[in-house]
Design a binder for this molecule. Structure first.
Ligand code: ADP
Ligand code: MG
Length: 590
């Protein structure tokens, strides 16, 4: 054969091989484009494992009508102008290769409306050739449908993995992006059936629950660390979750790493995470972790690989040790329930000195001083003795599950604003107090330690015949949760004692709802519902003004709850925003 320059269509197909290896890689590129366009809702529909159809709809900026064809041209990008831009890149894409590559090996229909334009446009492309264009009515945003992927590249079609393998890859991919972008709502459908949805609440914890389930989430511990070694500004931030030593896997695939919002594969960092479990996991066992590494953009080179899944750090050693230390700290703090608690450490909150103070505290030093300042205004808050918890005075200090938080103030007589080493926490006072009371209560029940206050003038409750039969059968259960009742004539009961927690409230308020609680379920479920009901009653209400000491005391206790982030009923108790997330809020759409 004589030498000839390849026609554009062949060049495009060869290049496509680098970027779009398989349906999952198409999904990845289109997802990244949607996120780069500022979407907060991304819908992904997959048919036939992605070979028949991949359709991604977003509510991002849309594509300008006069740039629509350009977007499908090789090396056409709105994200990079000169090579120096790479250093400060804030977008996921930058190579301008994805759309043209995908278009070269499929049939694409794009429907898009740019945010400043009145109408939308639709473009149809087959094998890289534009077949039609028309004006259409469409909401702001973009829908890209990729049909018959690889229809014109028989070699690639032959090597394609089975449909189920592909679905697994796509699911893993979408859940990862959902974790990296918790403020974006993702919906994934396979052949018309929804298989994953994230709420877009902004909470990584929520997405992890949605992706892995509550049971697994409960076996994760929060990781937070800043590397402040170099100067006052933290250069490396690590936040996320890692498993307790009880949860482990046979391979490393459950260790998920993000760098500046980009999912990456990095053997060395993965090894750092595994290393952190040294002596805690059997050999051949690996933890589950989801870690977000945030690092100054000029410290990391993202232009290493066409799929952008690998990055190069300017100082890989620093990143490695920050990640390893962060995970180790979290795991150690957990596996030493009592820690090396230093009694009497007089730590005061001095925000001016910077957050690094908090990290020096090894996470298990208590803010004894703050606890001692807290008044004993209400049962369930710490009294003079910092080790004292209600429903069981000699309960040991629980391991920390949240970082040490400093209360800044209250918003709307409803939320407590607190700051920690990894950003801002907005805590729902009612939900948080319910959580604290609930765990104390459950512990007390487990240890048979429920403190009962005798009622000075016993009140009576009148019920229907059916209701009183239920109460009659449930007297023993009620006693277990601290409610002492005795029959007092036909269909009437007398309340003799109540749990300390609600001793200054009107216990008759609990009836007849308690009857419903008693009616169904296993004994454990019944007890759980009763406890929840009393916690709802005893917890500080929305609308109550709290002083700093009360708030700090509540937060202190929340920090050591087993599941500090959810109320007993399963709602969120807090919203956490990292410094980076806060900054991002201000960068957005500007
Ligand atoms: P890159 O993302 O590397 O810039 P792509 O080929 O993926 O390259 O996309 C080309 C261009 O098309 C992007 O730079 C962007 O301007 C535009 N674009 C692609 N997808 C979308 C989308 N979903 N919403 C808005 N603009 C998009
Ligand atoms: Mg792109």
């Amino acid at each position: 054969m004589s030498i000839q320059v390849l026609p554009d269509s062949v060049v495009a197909q060869i290049a496509a091989g680098e970027v779009v290896e398989r349906p999952a890689s198409v999904v990845k590129e289109l997802l990244e484009n949607a996120l780069d366009a500022g979407a907060n809702h991304v819908h992904i529909a997959i048919n036939g494992g992605g070979r028949k159809l991949i359709r991604i709809s977003d509510n991002g900026s849309g594509i300008r009508s006069d740039e629509l064809e350009l977007a499908f041209t090789r090396h056409a990008t709105s994200k990079l102008r000169v090579i120096d831009d790479l250093v400060s890149l804030a977008t996921l894409g930058f190579r301008g290769e994805a759309l043209s590559s995908i278009a070269a090996v499929s049939r694409i229909t794009v429907t898009t409306r740019f945010r400043d334009e009145r109408a939308g446009n639709q473009l149809h492309i087959e094998g890289g050739v534009i077949k039609s264009r028309q004006t259409v009515g469409a909401p702001v945003g973009t829908v890209i449908s990729v049909e018959n992927l690889f229809y014109n590249t028989p070699a690639r079609l032959k090597f394609m993995k089975k449909e189920n393998t592909e679905k697994r890859h796509i699911m893993a991919l979408v859940t990862r992006y959902a974790m990296a972008y918790p403020h974006v709502r993702f919906v994934l459908e396979y052949d018309g059936r929804e298989v994953f949805r994230s709420s877009g609440s902004g909470q990584l914890a929520d997405v992890i629950v949605q992706a892995m389930g509550l049971d697994q989430f409960k076996q994760l511990i929060e990781v937070f660390a800043e590397d402040t070694a170099h100067d006052m500004d933290p250069t490396i931030n690590v936040v996320g979750y890692t498993s307790t030593p009880e949860l482990h896997r046979s391979d490393r695939s459950s260790i998920t790493l993000f760098v500046n919002g980009r999912w990456i594969q990095d053997a060395s960092l993965t090894y750092g995470v595994v290393q952190a479990y040294h002596n805690l996991l059997a050999s051949g066992r690996y933890p589950v972790a989801v870690l977000m590494v945030d690092i100054q953009r000029d410290e990391v080179d993202v232009n290493v690989h066409p799929t952008k899944a690998e990055v190069r750090f300017r100082d890989p050693g620093a990143v490695f040790s920050t990640v390893q230390r962060a995970v180790r700290q979290a795991v150690i703090a957990l596996s030493q329930p009592l820690g090396s608690r230093i009694a009497g450490v007089n730590m005061r909150w001095q925000p001016e000195q910077g957050e690094s103070d908090q990290m020096d505290l090894h996470l298990d030093v208590d803010d004894v001083a703050a606890d001692q300042r807290a008044p004993n205004r209400r049962q369930g808050y710490a009294s003079g003795d910092p080790t004292e918890v209600p429903f069981g005075p000699e309960a040991p200090l629980k391991p920390r599950t949240l970082p040490l938080l400093r209360v800044v103030g209250q918003v709307g007589a409803r939320y407590i604003v607190a700051e920690g080493p990894a950003g801002m926490y907005l805590v729902d006072q009612h939900a948080a107090h319910k959580r604290v009371l609930y765990e104390h209560f459950k512990d007390a029940i487990k240890q048979n330690h429920v403190q009962i206050t005798a009622v000075s003038t016993p009140q009576t409750i009148d019920l229907s015949g059916a209701e009183s039969r239920v109460i009659d059968k449930g007297l023993e259960t009620l006693r277990m949760v601290g409610l002492e009742l005795e029959p007092f004539g036909l269909n009437t009961f007398r309340i003799l004692g109540v749990p300390d927690e609600i001793s200054d409230l009107d216990p008759t308020e609990l009836f007849p709802s308690v009857v419903d609680d008693l009616r169904n379920g296993t004994p454990d479920e019944v007890i759980d519902r009763l406890v929840q009901r009393m916690c709802r009653m005893a917890a500080v209400k929305t609308g109550e003004i709290l002083n700093i000491e009360e708030m700090q005391s509540l937060i202190r206790q929340l920090e050591r709850c087993e599941s500090p982030r959810i109320s007993p009923e399963g709602a969120a108790t807090l919203v956490h925003m990292t410094g980076e997330q806060l900054a991002r809020q201000f960068e957005r759409n500007s």
